[in-house]
Ligand binder design. Structure first.
Ligand SMILES: [Zn+2]
Ligand SMILES: [Zn+2]
Length: 189
């Protein structure tokens, strides 16, 4: 069993075309592919009144409550919701780096999502952030070149970013981390 997976989507991410109807919270809970599972559906799918039931159902399932925040436009809104951690899309623009500071000020863990795909400049990311090695995306760029220079600068988390039941795994991301000599940081004990 994996130690943790804090980046998992469910059918609550209703605006995401990669989600399938079978990717329910109940199925993710039943599969329990990691010791610590966190659900991180897109915040923009949750703000029209779904957040309260989302939070309640995840807590009842014994999982951690996260949200995936799509850049600075959503950062202020994100701070209004009771979550255990944030996953943040940090594109290479000033407002997004500033949003990382704002989210860190909440005292909750802030995970920088798949930075290799969003052209995030890790030199501009506060060292208090956790940097993600994402199983869905890590292999799509030169991950040695991207992550290598920062391996001693950040704590890293490994995630599936599962949108479908058969994505509930992290094999490629673990391989990349091992090749880089990066040990995963366990966020919740
Ligand atoms: Zn994402
Ligand atoms: Zn995601």
């Amino acid at each position: 069993m994996l130690q943790q997976d804090l980046h998992v989507h469910t059918t609550y991410s209703s605006n995401d075309s990669a989600i399938v109807a079978e990717q329910t919270l109940a199925l993710v809970t039943a599969v329990k592919h990691a010791e610590i599972v966190g659900i991180s559906d897109h915040l923009d799918s949750l703000v029209d009144g779904d957040f309260e039931i989302y939070e309640r159902e995840i807590r009842q399932a014994g999982l951690k409550v996260g949200v995936e925040v799509d850049g600075h436009a959503w950062a202020a809104e994100a701070a209004n919701y009771i979550v255990d951690y944030y996953i943040f899309h940090c594109r290479d623009q000033d407002a997004d780096y500033h949003s990382l500071d704002k989210l860190l000020a909440t005292g909750k863990p802030v995970i920088v999502a798949h930075p290799n795909i969003l052209d995030t400049n890790l030199n501009r990311v506060p060292s208090g952030c956790l940097v993600e090695i994402n199983n869905r995306y890590v292999w799509r760029t030169d991950w040695k070149q991207f992550y290598g220079p920062f391996k001693n600068h950040f704590k890293f988390v490994i995630s599936s970013d599962a949108h479908q039941p058969n994505w509930l795994g992290q094999a490629v991301a673990h391989y990349a981390a091992e090749q880089l000599g990066i040990q995963e940081h366990i966020v919740f004990w």
